[in-house]
Design a protein around this ligand. Structure first.
Ligand code: DC
Length: 701
């Protein structure tokens, strides 16, 4: 059950993934990560264009990887590399997926793919994580059902099944809510439906789908209507369209014949991500930065317009067109901001930016009023409530009334721990607030940041920010027996690919201790079974193997194979196997030289008396990246998602088993290595051991 795994992973990380930011000034240049909206569309739309499309700068965040995975399940060949490649199957070329499409946290992937699969006479099942399962899907279900698809959803939410039909009808549909995702879902369905499908927009929304379709050779017609059109059940107030006149109609003809061609797509930097360093530079003293290659499509640039109105020293330079999108380099420097009124009609062009705008408003002179924010209630979290609650925690006066938000600017205290509700933009916004407030700010869980901005901390710290993982919630390691002299026992636990082995080896080398990788014991048991043609689930055979492993088994190069890791995880759940290996590990720990042991239960079961206990972890995504890179380095070609799935499966099994489940000991120091390199992890752990031994030596004197 993927949902269960995610919840478990999130729970595992909850204790370990808080982050804190403190006052800083920013200088230098950086490039924002690829735009999320464009990345999703680059993969999806190129799958519809016959020919090979090479995609550079794709955002390799979890949401986009879920799109890639879903497309692969639907029969599209996608190759991952520095430059990604998709082989277009053409209109009507998707295949029925044998699997349920797990969309993780991604609303864009879900809604657009629902449209893409709707005109196919088969059923596609969608699921997602807890947060995505709360987001409204009726807005897509309704028009797709009108066009002839049958959709079964749990009260208008995920999980849901789309059963399409080959004879769907083209629609003329007026959007009741301004949503680029709904517009795109209808247009993507229209690609594979005979006739002309038209979406009427009373209010402009992101046009990346239209731009990308055109770039790939499809014809998309856009016209301004001289009147307001009544069809489509639109109930919303008409608001002026930036293109002037009445509603705008966007039409696509189905089954277009386009000449096969190869394409190159360069994904521009995401303005929604660039927003964080840009606002941070405006707020922090003595700052000046340049962010290169940012998408400044007018329908995405609402934040930059607003910040300029607030008095920001912000400039877009070197504007150019790349892959159908307008791109620029943005400079930002320390500015004295003033409060403004942000009109409702600007909301679609900056819907994701209100959390960071609210942070900017907290430092502005006077009040900022932001209108038309009803969509914020149905984002990754109830963002409107989260913004108000988090600002209040930092001493800022803010209130939500209807779909408006009011923030009074002034001196910002900070000093709070913010509940992010697994919302990446709340997490990043309040880390930015902490860079300019009087006291540092902590966010309780920064793991969600990886969904849109995997290198957020590196980029910000590279510009001079001070964002770090506080060791809060971790008790100091027990030092009672260390006495500054051997024997010293260090326990290092953690999930696969967290970096625990590297840390353990370095500590052993540094302090002259013996080292045991206890995972190799379980691997040896798994290997014996696999190479004897036995099933690792065979309890009796596993027990016998555990009782008979020898030193030669432990140096067998096959131990490191991925399928042996999986087998090890299976056999390690048998109490008899653990029992058979326990005494060996405890004896090893009693070595006269002192010892470092790494594994899953060293601090909790094998050596609860260890002098120092570390629990090394990292987000699932970061660990999968490392493992994937390691395997590629060894010339082993594996699909990234399968590495991700393997680790996920192993985490679940190792963490859920009844006996000695993987978990940090209550007195372990938890180190999250998501944004640390091996040297930094070692420095941190080594510093703890050395400081404590030094203190004890002095105490002994
Ligand atoms: O650390 P590793 O990937 O080599 O470990 C392989 C498996 O062995 C792991 O998935 C769970 C099991 N293991 C365990 O249960 N307890 C340990 N102390 C070490 C490993």
């Amino acid at each position: 059950m993927p949902g269960t795994v995610e919840r478990m992973t999130a729970m595992l990380h909850r204790k370990t993934s808080s982050m804190r930011s403190a006052a800083a000034s920013l200088r230098g240049e950086a490039a924002a990560p690829g735009d999320k909206s464009v990345s999703h569309r680059a993969l999806m739309l190129s799958s519809q264009a016959p020919g090979v499309t090479r995609i550079s700068g794709l955002l390799e965040g979890e949401d986009v990887l879920n799109t890639a995975k879903a497309l692969r399940s639907l029969g599209v060949t996608i190759r991952q590399g520095e430059v990604w490649e998709t082989e277009g199957v053409g209109i009507g070329g998707l295949a029925e997926s044998a699997e349920v499409l797990d969309m993780g946290n991604s609303g864009t992937s879900t809604r657009l793919l629902m449209g893409l699969v709707a005109p196919y006479p088969f059923t596609t099942f969608f699921t997602g994580d807890a947060s995505l399962s709360k987001r409204p899907m009726k807005r897509v279900i309704e028009p797709l059902e009108r066009m002839g698809a049958k959709i079964t959803a749990r009260r208008g939410h995920l999980p849901l099944a789309v059963t399409g039909a080959a004879d769907m009808l083209p629609a003329r549909y007026r959007l009741p809510v301004p949503s680029a995702q709904v517009k795109s879902a209808i247009l993507l369905a229209g690609l594979n439906i005979a006739g002309k499908t038209t979406v009427i927009e009373p209010q402009a929304t992101r046009d990346h789908t239209e731009n990308m379709l055109r770039f790939l050779g499809f014809k998309v017609e856009v016209s301004t209507l001289s009147h307001r059109e009544g069809d489509g059940g639109g109930r919303g107030e008409r608001r002026p369209h930036p293109e002037g006149g009445g509603d705008v109609a966007i039409s696509i003809h189905g089954h277009q014949r386009i000449t096969p061609a190869n394409h190159e797509i360069y994904v521009p930097g995401d303005p929604s991500s660039a927003a964080f360093p840009v606002v941070a530079a405006l707020l922090c003293r003595d700052s000046r930065i340049l962010i290169r290659n940012v998408c400044v499509n007018p329908l995405r640039a609402g934040l930059f317009t607003t910040l300029k109105e607030m008095g920001a020293k912000l400039e877009c330079k070197n504007e150019r067109m790349v892959g159908g999108e307008k791109v620029a380099d943005i400079t930002a420097e320390t500015s004295a901001l003033k409060g403004v009124v942000v009109p409702a009609e600007r909301a679609p062009s900056m819907i994701d930016e209100y959390p960071i705008l609210a942070v900017a408003a907290a430092f502005a002179r006077g009040e900022t009023a932001m209108h038309g924010l009803s969509e914020l209630r149905v984002k990754e979290s109830d963002r409107l409530a989260a913004i108000v609650e988090s600002l209040a925690a930092c001493g800022v006066s803010a209130r939500a009334e209807g779909d408006s938000l009011y923030v009074k600017g002034g001196d910002v205290k900070g000093g709070a721990t913010i509940a992010t509700h697994f919302d990446h933009r709340i997490a990043m916004s309040f880390l930015v607030l902490g860079m300019a407030s009087n006291d540092p700010v902590t966010v309780d869980d920064a793991t969600a940041i990886a969904t849109s901005f995997p290198n957020f901390v590196q980029l910000m710290n590279g510009l001079g920010a001070k964002i770090e993982m506080p060791d809060v919630g971790c008790q100091a390691p027990d030092r009672k027996a260390s006495s500054g002299i051997h024997p010293l026992v260090i326990a290092v636990d953690g999930p696969a690919a967290s970096g625990k082995g590297t840390l353990a080896r370095r500590l052993a080398e540094h302090f002259g201790l013996d080292y045991l990788d206890t995972g190799s014991l379980y691997r040896a048991v798994g290997m014996k079974l696999v190479y004897a043609g036995k099933d690792p689930r065979d309890r009796a055979a596993a027990t016998e193997a555990a009782q008979t492993i020898d030193a030669d088994d432990l140096s067998n190069p096959r131990l490191r194979q991925e399928h042996i890791g999986q087998a090890a995880s299976v056999v390690s759940a048998f109490p008899e196997v653990r029992e058979a290996l326990l005494e060996f590990q405890r004896n090893f720990a009693r070595s006269a030289n002192g010892a470092v042991l790494d594994g899953r239960d060293i601090g909790t079961v094998v050596c609860p008396e260890a002098n120092f206990k570390f629990f090394v972890t990292a987000t699932l995504y970061a660990r999968a990246r490392r493992r994937h890179k390691e395997l590629s380095g060894q010339g082993i070609e594996v699909v990234f998602e399968s590495v991700l799935d393997d680790l996920r499966e192993r985490d679940e099994r190792d963490g859920k088993r009844a006996i000695a489940p993987m978990k940090p000991a209550g007195d372990a120091l938890v180190i999250d290595t998501t944004v640390l390199d091996a040297g930094e992890v070692f420095e941190r752990a080594c510093g703890v051991v050395e400081k404590s031994r030094e203190a004890e030596k002095q105490h002994a004197c």
